[in-house]
Ligand binder design. Structure first.
Ligand SMILES: [Zn+2]
Length: 1005
């Protein structure tokens, strides 16, 4: 093993520097460097595990570096053959070269003899800088502070005399990824020139100090060289910014509205003053892009105002004896706003669109609502990962063992923190049981102390008890509650045994099925598990109601909410205790929905509510700005955007992805659009609300049973066959110019199906027989139902049902993609009830139409995934056939209605074409239709019509990445021109161009 120690620099230089060291209080050995590896010989790479080889192309020291290839399953390299005595050194230094454009992060780990080596060490008993090492294009110089090197558990410092291994991994960076690694060394004090790496002023420098990191460049930002062209752009941008600012002031003097043009001042300051100070923006390419946007946007804003000042752009005629309202009225105080249906109301009783920024900036409140609009009171657990140590719950947790959660080895569900929780002080498991009277008493105390303080906030619109929750506990109290719940549900144990296929003598014998690695064991009795999962949902909902009642005793007025909306669309629902439908209807005054991507989850959340309520998103992460307005058009009316922090994150690099101010993912133009969208939401509040009020005529079956009755392994899957098909059904029906919604099993049992003209059943494998009967009844009375596989195979206890034969179908064989194929990997299948299964290649298959009246326009459909070979009754109408001539999609007359049955899972766009014809057949109201000029289906363009009094409104969202030229078709005399309400642009006739990623709102005249 090579080991070199350098003595550095001359005595004269030493002397000068020693003053600095004394001042810094450092006792480091002056100027020592211990080289760990600088990859100059072939021996060097042999010390490493992973895909690593010598490279002459790039080096920061010497002639060679290590080329490291990181790929799926091999996304790390490590070595336990480096020098192991790190005592006496301040910091670990190394360099990484990367040629990828995007900013990525790597993770490093260091193992020592106390915790043990890789594979032996307990979780978190090693040092870890998780996603703290930022890597961007070019050379990155990394510095890790060794004094001390705290274990990730927080419980001890690493023993620097016995370091075992250094590991570097790709964290969540996209793979494969090639990086170059060089000059890994330990340094004490000022490093000498001989061992230091070559650097350039623009190189990235990351300094990691245990849990924290900072990113900068080698030189201060203003000293990083800039090309003459970029400097010229910078000057011009500054001039245009100054001129716009002056013009805004002059326009305001005249009483001309300037708020829309002011957004360019925000983006200009971001682009001139904030972003060029960040390492990932301070380069010629990024600065050229930013400065040219500033020049163009500030000039545009100024010209708009100049035209107004001159009167070229005439303002609408108004009674000049009256002072008008500002274009964007300020928000009234938010506390105590009245609620009507889906909205909070302003002082004029108009629906409010309340968008705030998760940000301490006061300046930005010119455009956005106050961030004080909501609080998360953490009343469900009586404290958060930050506040728990000051809560009576912590004292109870330390004193009473029965306050500890039992039998659950997964995530704590924010109740309250586990060792992996981000933020907060100490690292320690505080995972609580909510049944313990000691927990309950402490939580009650927490509520009594804290609610008066929280609710004194004069801008408080609503209080979240807590969100992103999950809870399951196996303690004795839980078991007793379960036994009582079973008795209430089943009456006698004989009834229960029949459903479970068991032979218990009494309910008290029943042991809840245990979990390991967050899911039930492989041989779990699925019927019993189903009851346990339902029980767990009921008891947690009841608990949330108990918390609600305590808060209400102190303040009966402030609207409350709770929940964990994302879990109902993931495999894990059965272990979360979250029954979102009960929460929405019984706990929530305001419905919570978290997420800024597809509107599916939002539409589902709204559909769960029996009664209209406002929908709020307390932490809306916009993966893309284009998603903001669609969410409001679908019913969200309160949102806090996550986030615009004062500084970039110093804890986890990926949090910066979502920082509107700091992220490379949001160009200045997007920030400009975002502010414009925020203003438009406020200005067009009534128009947006009109779309929310339109009733849907098509519903997709949300089967809670199918989310709970699963093979054990699926409980940790991201999605399940049912959820994947649900999503596909939603996507396929989204672009057909009609609103769609969801209907739940509880709603069906209450007779709510009669509201809809068409019901879509997406692979609802398990549902109670009573639900099936109601669906049958719906068809008998004229309803239309489309069923896709595998649906109606079993009941909630996974007992086989004969619903297929009721439909007149005999399923001869079920073909599934061979395990390992793409479709199989994504979906997986539950084989517990299928009679005859064949595994086939997952190649797409074509269905040919039989040219019936209804589906005559479709020439072919494509299927992929599961496929049933079946026979239908002689009176069934065959609509499509497989290539071998067998029936593929059939229509069965049922009473006055019809059930359509597809034997195979359709590709999304084929599914869309089938639904287009079904919507027509079911006479779904669509007064306005979109047509692509030049032909083709209007994929990825969402269009909805809404009346507002006598007004006719229309919105169009183009989710495509290219502009689309479209025609708006409606009956004769319906309209002759369109007014774009967002930019006041007038369109004669029906043809418009939709820019990419934009939402347009029109009034039809
Ligand atoms: Zn418990």
């Amino acid at each position: 093993m090579r080991q070199r120690t350098y003595k550095s620099l001359s005595i004269v230089f030493w002397f000068g520097l020693s003053c600095i060291w004394l001042w810094a209080g450092s006792k480091s050995q002056a100027g020592q460097t211990l080289l760990l590896d600088d990859f100059e010989t072939l021996d060097s790479v042999k010390r490493w595990e992973g895909d690593i080889q010598l490279s002459k192309g790039r080096s920061s020291h010497g002639q060679y570096s290590a080329m490291v290839r990181l790929e799926q399953g091999r996304s790390q390299i490590s070595s336990n053959k480096l020098p192991q005595d790190w005592r006496g050194y301040d910091r670990l230094l190394f360099d990484i070269y990367c040629d990828r454009e995007e900013v990525s992060a790597i993770t490093i780990r260091i193992y020592d003899a106390v915790g043990g080596d890789l594979g032996i060490a307990k979780a978190n008993d090693y040092y870890e800088a998780h996603e703290k090492v930022v890597v961007q294009k070019g050379w990155n110089h990394i510095e890790v502070n060794l004094r001390p090197l705290r274990a990730a558990s927080g419980g001890r410092d690493l023993s620097l005399d016995r370091i075992r291994r250094l590991l570097i991994s790709a964290a969540r960076a996209p793979l494969p990824w090639t990086i170059y690694l060089d000059n890994i060394r330990l340094v004490a004090g000022q490093e000498g020139r001989q061992t230091a790496s070559r650097t350039q002023p623009q190189d990235t420098r990351t300094i990691v100090d245990n849990g924290w990191f900072t990113v900068r460049q080698v030189a201060r930002p203003e000293e990083v060289p800039e090309s003459l062209v970029v400097t010229a752009f910078r000057k011009e941008a500054q001039q245009e910014f100054d001129r716009l600012r002056e013009t805004v002031r002059a326009a305001q003097l005249q009483g001309i509205e300037t708020i829309y043009q002011e957004r360019y001042l925000v983006t200009a300051e971001l682009g001139l003053q904030i972003r060029p100070r960040l390492a990932w923006f301070n380069n010629d390419e990024k600065k050229r892009e930013m400065f040219s946007y500033i020049v163009e946007s500030c000039r545009r804003g100024r010209l708009e105002l100049e035209d107004k000042i001159q009167g070229i752009d005439r303002m609408p005629e108004a009674d000049d004896t009256q002072v008008g309202d500002p274009l964007i009225r300020p928000f009234p105080p938010l506390k105590g706003r009245p609620v009507k249906d889906s909205f909070f109301l302003d002082e004029r009783n108009e629906p409010m669109m309340i968008l705030s920024l998760h940000s301490p900036s006061q300046t930005l409140q010119r455009f956005f609502a106050t961030p004080l609009q909501h609080i998360e009171s953490y009343t469900v657990g009586g404290g958060s990962r930050w506040t728990i140590y000051d809560s009576p719950v912590y004292a109870a947790f330390q004193r009473w063992p029965d306050t500890h959660r039992v039998g659950w080895d997964g995530w704590c569900g924010h109740l309250i923190r586990d060792i992996n929780s981000m933020g907060g002080r100490k690292r320690e498991n505080i995972v609580i049981c909510l049944e313990s009277p000691h927990t309950r008493q402490a939580i009650e105390e927490y509520i009594q102390t804290n609610i008066p303080k929280f609710h004194a906030n004069p801008e408080l619109l609503y209080d979240i008890e807590a969100y992103e929750l999950m809870y399951i506990c196996y303690c004795e109290r839980s078991q007793r509650m379960f036994h009582e719940w079973l008795e209430k549900k089943h009456g006698t144990v004989i009834n229960a045994n029949e459903k479970w296929g068991t032979a218990y003598k009494s309910f008290s014998e029943v042991v809840p099925p245990p979990v390991s690695d967050s899911r039930p064991l492989p041989e779990t009795n699925r019927a019993l598990w189903y009851d346990w999962a339902r029980f767990n949902q009921d008891r947690f909902t009841d608990y949330l109601l108990w918390v609600r009642s305590l808060i209400h005793k102190i303040d009966p007025k402030t609207p409350l909410a709770a929940g964990g909306s994302s879990s109902m669309l993931a495999g894990r629902t059965g272990t979360t205790g979250i029954d979102e439908e009960r929460i929405v209807n019984e706990v929530d005054d305001v419905i919570l929905h978290e997420g800024g991507e597809s509107t599916l989850g939002l539409d589902l959340q709204i559909a769960l509510a029996e009664k209209k309520k406002p929908v709020a998103d307390p932490e809306m992460y916009l993966s893309s700005v284009e998603n903001l307005i669609p969410h409001f058009l679908h019913g969200k009316s309160v949102a806090q955007l996550f986030h615009w922090p004062a500084q970039p994150s110093s804890e986890v690099h990926s949090i910066n992805d979502s920082s509107l101010a700091h992220s490379w993912a949001y160009p200045l133009a997007d920030i400009g659009d975002l502010i414009r969208d925020a203003l438009d939401l406020r200005r067009l509040n009534k128009e947006i609300a009109a779309f929310v009020d339109v009733p849907a005529e098509v519903a997709i079956l949300y089967s809670q049973t199918s989310t709970l009755q699963l093979p054990p392994e699926m409980l940790t899957w991201q999605t399940t066959p049912y959820l994947a098909e649900l999503e596909k059904t939603y996507n396929a029906s989204q672009y057909l110019d009609a609103k769609i919604t969801f209907v739940t099993e509880r709603q069906i049992l209450k007779g709510r199906l009669s509201r809809y003209k068409l019901l879509l059943v997406p692979a609802v494998r398990n549902t109670p027989t009573e639900v099936f009967e109601k669906i049958w009844d719906y068809a008998v009375h004229g309803g239309r139902v489309l069923v896709v596989p595998e649906s109606f195979l079993g009941d909630e206890y996974n007992r086989a049902t004969d619903h297929a034969s009721r439909l007149g179908l005999i399923i001869r064989q079920t073909q599934r993609p061979k395990p390992g194929g793409v479709g199989a990997m994504v979906q997986g299948y539950d084989q517990s009830l299928s009679q005859s299964v064949a595994f086939v290649d997952d190649t797409p298959q074509k269905l040919s139409p039989t040219r019936t009246e209804v589906f005559g326009s479709i020439d072919q459909l494509e299927t992929r995934g599961i496929r049933q070979i079946f026979e239908a009754k002689s009176d069934a109408k065959i609509l499509f056939r497989y290539s071998d001539g067998g029936p593929a999609i059939v229509q069965m007359a049922v009473g006055q209605g019809a059930i359509y049955y597809s034997g195979s899972s359709l590709e999304e766009r084929s599914y869309g074409r089938l639904l287009e014809d079904l919507f027509r057949e079911a006479r779904v109201t669509r007064p306005v239709r979109l047509r692509i000029i030049g032909g083709g289906d209007a994929w990825n363009i969402e269009v909805r019509f809404a009346p507002l009094g006598n007004r006719k409104l229309l919105y169009l969202v183009n989710y495509n990445s290219t502009p689309k030229r479209v025609s708006v078709d409606a009956g004769p005399g319906f309209f002759s021109s369109l007014l774009d309400l967002r930019d006041h642009h007038d369109v004669q006739g029906a043809e418009i161009t939709l820019p990419a990623h934009q939402t347009a709102i029109y009034e039809m005249f």
